[in-house]
Design a protein around this ligand. Structure first.
Ligand code: NAD
Ligand code: TYD
Length: 357
């Protein structure tokens, strides 16, 4: 029964990972999260009373707070997801991305290394630092080709540049200090509890509110969609069985243009929540100015994690998207609290007995 740190566990992917690990492991999880606008403890309502989930409100840039957590909980590893994660925000305000994604990862690595150095040899060898990153570090593809673990880094946005920097730091801490680390680079995730600033939840929540569906440029940029529960199963596998020093790409084999995604969502909504007056959701589509530096296409070759660790995605794009739309339709309260900002008070109302400031 070991203890594992999960950073960013109140975010979209982190909360899915926490829910999975509570259900499918006997580990105690220390969830280290600053609760930025993207952190939402309402997404962890299902594990709120679970004694194996210990929440700590903490900024990964704060070294002393991290040292205290390591000394108190003595983890067997760290799964690091905390980050600023939205490309558009990184274009409008890169500072937080540099701070959390680069300085924060550096601070976490140093706190981890100090703790790891004090472990007995067996604990040192079995310890894992698992860094969760993105395929956006590889840059942009044209019509053909796939990202491999060996593809050279070529990040284009402030977000992807900050994630690439953090990947390099993890690599250097492994190479120089011997900290046993693994890195995963995954494609675009979607699924329940995603903050409605990313394409899929934004389109669902706007459509349900009768608001325009803004499509950047021609809508022909391509993303490779990965259902979040498939992703977190892969994370558990890599954390447990990944080889230190290795990188694993994780992707859903679901390349779609943005227009294809929005049209599929509109069709599902027409069926599952028809609009009044015989209107269709596709009428809400509008084209807007393109994102500066918009990467053309991302697509992952997930062969290595399949061959070496036996992982394959369970959801097709069709089944995953239908599950996602059904989840948003069934959870209007979660959406309403995010839209109104009420979710930010959830911590005081529900977690005051646990949240260490
Ligand atoms: P998210 O934005 O939903 O959540 C990020 C979490 O990190 C939030 O809970 C936030 O409060 C926390 N956080 C931010 N700054 C912090 C800090 N300084 N200290 C402590 N906590 C902090 O992000 P997500 O979509 O769940 O992504 C998780 C990870 O996966 C990120 O590292 C991201 O780069 C990576 N990733 C995401 C996707 C995707 O499609 N969402 C794709 C590839 C990789
Ligand atoms: P996003 O979900 O922000 O993920 P990322 O930029 O990390 O891939 O965007 C996915 C794609 O959807 C991307 O090509 C930009 C596009 N997009 C829109 O066309 N309209 C929108 O309102 C948003 C948020 C994204």
């Amino acid at each position: 029964m070991k203890t594992v740190f999960v950073t960013g566990g109140a975010g979209f992917i982190g909360s899915a990972l926490v829910r999975l690990l509570i259900a499918e492991s006997d580990w105690t999880l220390v969830n280290i999260d600053k609760l930025t606008y993207a952190g939402n403890l309402e997404s962890l309502g299902a594990v709120q009373d679970e004694p194996r989930h210990v929440f700590s409100r903490c900024d990964i840039c704060e070294r002393e707070a991290l040292d205290r957590l390591f000394a108190e909980h003595r983890p067997a590893g760290v799964i690091h997801l905390a980050a600023e994660s939205h490309v558009d925000r990184s274009i409008h305000g890169p500072a937080e991305f540099i701070q959390t994604n680069i300085v924060g990862t550096y601070t976490l690595l140093e706190a981890t290394r100090a703790y790891w150095l004090g472990l007995p040899d067996s604990g040192k060898a079995s310890f894992r630092f698992h860094h969760v990153s993105t395929d956006e570090v590889y840059g942009s593809l044209n019509e053909t080709g796939l990202f491999l673990e060996t593809t050279p880094y070529s990040p284009n946005s402030p977000y992807s540049a900050s994630k690439a920097s953090s990947d390099h730091l993890v690599r250097a801490w492994m190479h120089t200090y011997g900290l046993p680390s693994v890195v995963t680079n995954c494609s675009n995730n979607y699924g329940p509890y995603q903050f409605p600033e990313k394409l899929i939840p934004l389109m669902i929540t706007n459509a349900l509110a009768g608001k325009p569906l803004p499509i950047y440029g021609k809508g022909d940029n391509v993303r490779d969609w990965l259902y979040v529960d498939d992703h977190v199963r892969a994370l558990k596998l890599v954390f447990e069985r990944g080889v230190p020093g290795e990188t694993y790409n994780i992707g859903g084999h679901n390349e779609k243009t943005n227009l294809e995604v929005v049209d599929a969502l509109c069709t599902l909504l027409d069926r599952m929540r028809p609009r009044a007056g015989g209107r269709v959701y596709a009428e809400l589509k509008i084209t807007v100015a393109d994102r500066p530096g918009h990467d053309r296409r991302y697509a992952i070759d997930a062969g290595k994690i399949g061959r070496e660790l036996g992982w394959t995605p369970r959801e097709s794009f069709e089944t995953g998207l239908a599950k996602t739309v059904a989840w948003y339709l069934a959870h209007p309260e979660w959406v309403a609290h995010v839209v109104s900002g009420e979710y930010r008070h959830w911590v005081e109302k529900n977690y005051s007995h646990r949240a260490a400031q």
